[in-house]
Design a protein around this ligand. Structure first.
Ligand SMILES: [Mg+2]
Length: 178
Protein backbone atom coordinates (compact mmCIF):
# COMPACT_ATOMS: atom_id res chain seq x y z
CA UNK A 1 0.00 0.00 0.00
CA UNK A 2 1.10 3.53 -0.76
CA UNK A 3 -0.13 6.81 0.68
CA UNK A 4 -3.00 8.46 -1.19
CA UNK A 5 -0.60 11.15 -2.40
CA UNK A 6 1.77 8.53 -3.85
CA UNK A 7 -1.18 6.74 -5.46
CA UNK A 8 -2.42 9.98 -7.01
CA UNK A 9 1.02 10.68 -8.50
CA UNK A 10 0.98 7.25 -10.16
CA UNK A 11 -2.68 7.60 -11.19
CA UNK A 12 -1.93 10.88 -12.96
CA UNK A 13 0.25 9.01 -15.50
CA UNK A 14 -2.23 6.24 -16.36
CA UNK A 15 -3.24 5.88 -20.04
CA UNK A 16 -4.71 2.38 -19.83
CA UNK A 17 -6.63 0.54 -17.10
CA UNK A 18 -6.84 -3.25 -17.16
CA UNK A 19 -9.54 -5.06 -15.22
CA UNK A 20 -9.92 -8.66 -14.19
CA UNK A 21 -13.54 -9.89 -14.29
CA UNK A 22 -14.32 -12.45 -11.59
CA UNK A 23 -13.99 -10.90 -8.15
CA UNK A 24 -13.41 -7.42 -9.59
CA UNK A 25 -16.33 -6.72 -11.94
CA UNK A 26 -18.34 -9.43 -10.13
CA UNK A 27 -18.64 -10.66 -6.53
CA UNK A 28 -16.62 -13.74 -7.57
CA UNK A 29 -19.68 -16.00 -7.45
CA UNK A 30 -20.96 -18.10 -10.33
CA UNK A 31 -24.53 -19.36 -10.20
CA UNK A 32 -24.45 -22.74 -11.91
CA UNK A 33 -27.48 -24.13 -13.72
CA UNK A 34 -28.12 -27.81 -14.55
CA UNK A 35 -26.65 -27.52 -18.06
CA UNK A 36 -23.48 -25.78 -16.94
CA UNK A 37 -25.23 -22.45 -17.58
CA UNK A 38 -23.58 -19.68 -15.57
CA UNK A 39 -25.03 -16.45 -14.23
CA UNK A 40 -23.09 -13.59 -12.67
CA UNK A 41 -24.10 -10.11 -11.59
CA UNK A 42 -22.33 -6.87 -12.54
CA UNK A 43 -22.71 -3.33 -11.24
CA UNK A 44 -24.22 -0.71 -13.53
CA UNK A 45 -22.30 1.86 -11.47
CA UNK A 46 -19.05 0.09 -12.38
CA UNK A 47 -20.12 0.12 -16.03
CA UNK A 48 -20.43 3.88 -15.92
CA UNK A 49 -16.94 4.11 -14.42
CA UNK A 50 -15.59 2.18 -17.41
CA UNK A 51 -17.39 4.51 -19.80
CA UNK A 52 -16.10 7.57 -17.93
CA UNK A 53 -12.50 6.41 -18.31
CA UNK A 54 -12.96 5.98 -22.05
CA UNK A 55 -14.72 9.31 -22.32
CA UNK A 56 -11.60 10.88 -20.77
CA UNK A 57 -9.44 9.21 -23.44
CA UNK A 58 -8.10 6.44 -21.22
CA UNK A 59 -7.90 2.96 -22.75
CA UNK A 60 -9.79 0.18 -20.96
CA UNK A 61 -8.83 -3.48 -21.28
CA UNK A 62 -10.06 -6.70 -19.72
CA UNK A 63 -7.82 -9.72 -19.21
CA UNK A 64 -9.66 -12.64 -17.61
CA UNK A 65 -8.99 -16.30 -17.01
CA UNK A 66 -12.53 -17.49 -17.77
CA UNK A 67 -14.50 -17.51 -21.03
CA UNK A 68 -17.91 -15.85 -20.81
CA UNK A 69 -20.14 -15.03 -23.75
CA UNK A 70 -22.44 -12.86 -21.66
CA UNK A 71 -19.51 -10.88 -20.29
CA UNK A 72 -18.09 -10.46 -23.80
CA UNK A 73 -21.41 -8.89 -24.85
CA UNK A 74 -21.50 -6.66 -21.76
CA UNK A 75 -17.97 -5.39 -22.42
CA UNK A 76 -18.75 -4.75 -26.08
CA UNK A 77 -21.83 -2.80 -24.98
CA UNK A 78 -19.53 -0.67 -22.79
CA UNK A 79 -17.26 -0.08 -25.79
CA UNK A 80 -14.25 -1.88 -24.30
CA UNK A 81 -11.95 -2.51 -27.29
CA UNK A 82 -9.36 -4.78 -25.67
CA UNK A 83 -10.94 -7.98 -24.37
CA UNK A 84 -8.96 -11.13 -23.62
CA UNK A 85 -11.06 -13.85 -22.00
CA UNK A 86 -9.91 -17.35 -21.08
CA UNK A 87 -6.18 -16.90 -20.81
CA UNK A 88 -4.33 -18.92 -18.17
CA UNK A 89 -1.24 -16.76 -18.29
CA UNK A 90 -2.15 -13.09 -18.34
CA UNK A 91 1.34 -11.74 -18.94
CA UNK A 92 1.59 -12.41 -22.73
CA UNK A 93 -1.82 -10.72 -23.22
CA UNK A 94 -0.57 -7.74 -21.23
CA UNK A 95 2.65 -7.47 -23.21
CA UNK A 96 0.76 -7.64 -26.51
CA UNK A 97 -1.51 -4.87 -25.26
CA UNK A 98 1.44 -2.67 -24.31
CA UNK A 99 2.89 -3.11 -27.78
CA UNK A 100 -0.40 -2.44 -29.54
CA UNK A 101 -0.94 0.77 -27.58
CA UNK A 102 2.71 1.85 -27.45
CA UNK A 103 2.57 2.23 -23.67
CA UNK A 104 5.00 1.53 -20.84
CA UNK A 105 4.34 -0.23 -17.52
CA UNK A 106 4.02 3.01 -15.57
CA UNK A 107 1.23 4.18 -17.91
CA UNK A 108 -0.88 1.13 -17.04
CA UNK A 109 -3.05 0.32 -14.04
CA UNK A 110 -4.35 -3.16 -13.23
CA UNK A 111 -7.22 -4.06 -10.93
CA UNK A 112 -7.09 -7.70 -9.84
CA UNK A 113 -8.21 -9.73 -6.86
CA UNK A 114 -6.30 -13.02 -6.81
CA UNK A 115 -3.08 -14.87 -7.61
CA UNK A 116 -3.52 -15.02 -11.45
CA UNK A 117 -3.39 -11.20 -11.43
CA UNK A 118 -0.15 -10.92 -9.47
CA UNK A 119 2.30 -10.95 -12.43
CA UNK A 120 0.45 -7.97 -13.92
CA UNK A 121 -0.07 -6.18 -10.62
CA UNK A 122 3.67 -6.37 -10.00
CA UNK A 123 4.49 -4.94 -13.44
CA UNK A 124 2.11 -2.00 -13.80
CA UNK A 125 2.61 1.50 -12.47
CA UNK A 126 -0.56 1.33 -10.40
CA UNK A 127 -1.84 -1.91 -8.87
CA UNK A 128 -5.42 -1.74 -7.61
CA UNK A 129 -7.55 -4.25 -5.74
CA UNK A 130 -10.95 -4.74 -4.12
CA UNK A 131 -11.88 -4.69 -0.43
CA UNK A 132 -12.42 -8.48 -0.34
CA UNK A 133 -9.37 -9.51 -2.39
CA UNK A 134 -7.22 -12.54 -1.68
CA UNK A 135 -4.39 -11.62 0.71
CA UNK A 136 -1.76 -11.94 -2.03
CA UNK A 137 -3.51 -9.32 -4.15
CA UNK A 138 -3.85 -7.11 -1.06
CA UNK A 139 -0.08 -7.34 -0.56
CA UNK A 140 0.66 -6.54 -4.21
CA UNK A 141 -1.74 -3.59 -4.39
CA UNK A 142 -0.76 0.08 -4.19
CA UNK A 143 -4.37 0.95 -3.44
CA UNK A 144 -7.35 -0.97 -2.03
CA UNK A 145 -10.92 0.06 -2.82
CA UNK A 146 -13.37 0.54 0.03
CA UNK A 147 -15.81 -1.51 -2.06
CA UNK A 148 -15.97 -5.22 -2.73
CA UNK A 149 -15.74 -6.84 -6.14
CA UNK A 150 -18.90 -6.34 -8.20
CA UNK A 151 -20.13 -3.72 -5.74
CA UNK A 152 -18.55 -0.46 -6.88
CA UNK A 153 -14.80 -1.12 -6.66
CA UNK A 154 -14.35 -0.54 -10.41
CA UNK A 155 -16.20 2.76 -10.18
CA UNK A 156 -14.11 3.93 -7.22
CA UNK A 157 -10.90 3.04 -9.09
CA UNK A 158 -12.13 4.92 -12.18
CA UNK A 159 -12.98 7.97 -10.09
CA UNK A 160 -9.56 7.82 -8.40
CA UNK A 161 -7.74 7.93 -11.75
CA UNK A 162 -9.98 10.60 -13.25
CA UNK A 163 -9.67 12.77 -10.12
CA UNK A 164 -5.86 12.45 -10.20
CA UNK A 165 -5.89 13.62 -13.83
CA UNK A 166 -8.29 16.50 -13.16
CA UNK A 167 -10.84 14.78 -15.43
CA UNK A 168 -13.73 14.35 -13.03
CA UNK A 169 -15.75 16.24 -15.64
CA UNK A 170 -15.92 12.93 -17.52
CA UNK A 171 -18.08 11.60 -14.68
CA UNK A 172 -20.70 14.32 -14.98
CA UNK A 173 -22.46 12.82 -17.97
CA UNK A 174 -26.13 11.92 -17.55
CA UNK A 175 -25.67 8.93 -19.85
CA UNK A 176 -27.60 6.05 -18.29
CA UNK A 177 -26.17 3.35 -20.53
CA UNK A 178 -23.65 2.07 -17.95
MG1 LIG B 1 -10.38 -12.59 -10.31
Amino acid sequence: MLTLEQVQLRAAKIRCVIFDIDGVMTDCKLYLGPDGFEIKAVSVRDGLGIKNLQRAGIEVAVISGRPSEAMQRRLEHLGVPHIVLATENKLPAYEALLQRLGLSDDECAMMGDDTPDLPLMRRVGLALTVADAHRTAMQAAHWVSAFRGGEGAVREASDLILDAQGRSDATLSVDMAG
